[in-house]
Design a protein around this ligand. Structure first.
Ligand code: ADP
Length: 539
């Protein structure tokens, strides 16, 4: 017997309609390049997104055509997120921090037809303009610069378009958004999200055991809107009807805290590196910012350290670690304590909260051993994490040579080494490419880094495996000290030896001023491995 429910397609226009009509008075605030704040409402966004849909259709955009963006976290980016897919186009968020050659490679690979670019990003665009094939380039006056000749003005285009728009009959499996991986471990690969995937993902992010994003929240996404489907935030906040605060091109810690205080932000999201700086600012300026309401921090993209979590707990912010990938839209798992864990020791609770956590509802996870058998959920057997679910990619865009990233029975091989405990919590040990292979054993670079970052003199630490004549690889730690503080290698080894066996300790510590980062703020270990490729171990 078939079910008798309506055949209601899960599509982006439904989220746009909900936000515009039910939450029309709720604010969206954007910080412009001159640091001024511009406010409007979901109803304004709704009207402008529909104008954009009309304008692009008028320019010849057809179903499935890619519309690229080179935009910061700003309201026009939200308009594109909701307006382009509502007209049947595919929003392709280009990563504006990449090298122009990489940007043009990605835009060409994706077959982008149109581009919406910030005026302040035009110098970057000009560097790769000749290598790309955009038919129309639309410029947003974000920085208030005059429109240069040869471009279309975003505001002019919108003002000439009607806000009455009839949505095409979209199939929920059609493409809505496209995003390339940030390329931490290799060349970027394109992921294409369907309307169904982004809708279900948003519904999940509103769930209380996920991020619990609701109509009572004010959300400040510090994660870039060009990273991993903007962490789903443009769609999730539209569905939930949250107030949104967009930081524009700035991520300076004091500016983040000012925005949080001024706009009474309740949820922030971003990679750990942003939050290290924010924690330092809070520690160094006691009493400067006053938060009398609960704040939730969703920290993902790389492992968060215990020092970071304890630090924010001290300031009364509730931090939650979440794991995800561009390929998982991106929410894959997050960590909350289950009721029986309320009785655990403080130390065990931190260890559990720092795990990557329970798979999101509708996402399934398993650990596969190298020999191809499934590992038990015993909290210790390590293997590759594989996931599947309605918002997990089933292939990369136009990249058949990468099909080995899916198992024969259809699971995504994440490239992350992990174990799962009896309560179902995933714990990432390392990316498989970052695991240090020493004398037939594995050493987790992430665990060493996070422990080092708990030392009172250490600001940041990255650990890499460096070739060794006897042990295959040995760990080398690259350490940035807090200004004015000192630490000797022996002291750091001693500090680590409380938690690690002797053979796991780094054999060398190199002190530096900065650790290279990727375009989305993760440690760029590829660069460190190149830097230390010729390292000579003392014999
Ligand atoms: P890239 O692979 O280029 O960095 P993504 O941003 O999609 O692109 O990265 C996904 C990867 O980031 C995951 O496979 C994992 O290695 C890492 N990651 C994401 N969230 C976490 C987390 N909470 N803890 C540890 N690692 C994480």
């Amino acid at each position: 017997m078939r079910g008798l429910m309506m055949d209601f397609q899960l599509t982006v226009p439904a989220m746009l309609e909900r936000a515009g009509n039910i939450f029309g008075k709720t604010e969206i605030v954007t910080r412009r390049p001159d640091r001024s704040l511009v406010r409007y409402t979901w109803h304004d966004l709704y009207r402008r997104a529909r104008r954009l849909a009309n304008a692009l259709t008028g320019l010849g955009m057809r179903r499935g055509d890619r519309v690229a963006t080179l935009l910061w976290n700003q309201s026009e980016h939200m308009e594109a997120y909701l307006g382009v897919p509502s007209a049947g186009g595919v929003l392709h968020t280009l990563n504006l921090r990449l090298h122009p050659d990489e940007i043009s490679f990605i835009a060409n690979h994706a077959g982008d037809r149109f581009l919406i670019v910030d005026d302040v990003m035009l110098p970057v665009f000009e560097k790769c303009r000749d290598k790309m094939k955009f038919e129309r380039v639309i410029v947003v006056p974000f920085g208030g610069c005059p429109l240069p000749a040869g471009y279309l003005g975003y505001e002019e285009l919108l003002s000439q378009a009607s806000e009455d728009f009839t949505y095409p009959q979209l199939d929920e499996n059609e493409a809505a958004v496209m995003c390339y991986t940030s390329g931490t471990t290799g060349r970027s690969k394109g992921v294409v999200y369907s309307h169904r995937a982004v809708t279900l993902h948003s519904a999940n992010c509103c769930g209380v055991d996920s991020f619990a994003i609701s109509l009572r929240d004010t959300v400040l996404p510090m994660a870039s809107m060009f990273h991993a489907n903007g962490w789903g935030i443009p769609f999730t906040t539209a569905m939930a009807g949250s107030k949104v605060v967009l930081p524009g091109p700035y991520a300076d810690p004091e500016g983040v805290l000012d925005l949080m205080e001024q706009e009474r932000v309740t949820v922030v999201l971003g990679v750990p590196t942003v939050w290290f700086g924010v924690l330092n600012a809070l520690d160094n300026n006691p009493g400067r910012w006053k938060f009398s309401w609960p704040i939730r921090m969703l920290v993902g993209g790389a492992a968060a350290s215990e020092a970071l979590m304890r630090g924010f707990d001290r300031h009364g912010f509730k931090m939650m670690s979440l794991w995800g990938m561009t390929e998982t839209t991106p929410h894959g798992s997050c960590s909350q304590l289950r009721p029986h864990m309320d009785f655990w020791s403080e130390e065990d609770q931190y260890a559990q909260r720092l795990k990557q956590g329970l798979p999101a509802a509708l996402v399934e996870a398993r650990i596969m051993r190298p020999e191809g058998t499934q590992a038990p959920h015993d909290g210790k057997t390590v293997g590759e994490l594989e996931v599947r679910g309605p918002w997990v990619a089933g292939a990369y865009y136009n990249l058949p040579e990468e099909s080995h990233r899916w198992s024969p029975d259809g699971w995504l091989r994440t490239g992350d080494m992990a174990h799962i405990d009896e309560d179902g919590y995933i714990k990432l040990v390392d990316r498989s490419k970052d695991l240090i292979k020493s004398g037939g054993e594995w050493i987790s670079s992430v665990d060493l880094e996070n422990a080092l970052m708990g030392h009172p003199s250490v600001k940041e630490a990255a650990v890499i495996g460096v070739a060794h004549p006897k042990w295959q690889e040995r760990p080398l730690a690259v350490v940035v000290l807090i200004e004015g503080k000192q630490a000797q290698p022996e002291e750091l080894r001693e500090f680590l030896s409380a938690k690690f066996a002797k053979w796991q300790l780094p054999d060398a510590f190199v002190f530096t001023n900065e650790i290279p980062r990727t375009s989305v703020g993760k440690f760029r270990k590829i660069a460190l491995r190149e830097q230390f490729a010729d390292w000579k171990w003392e014999s």
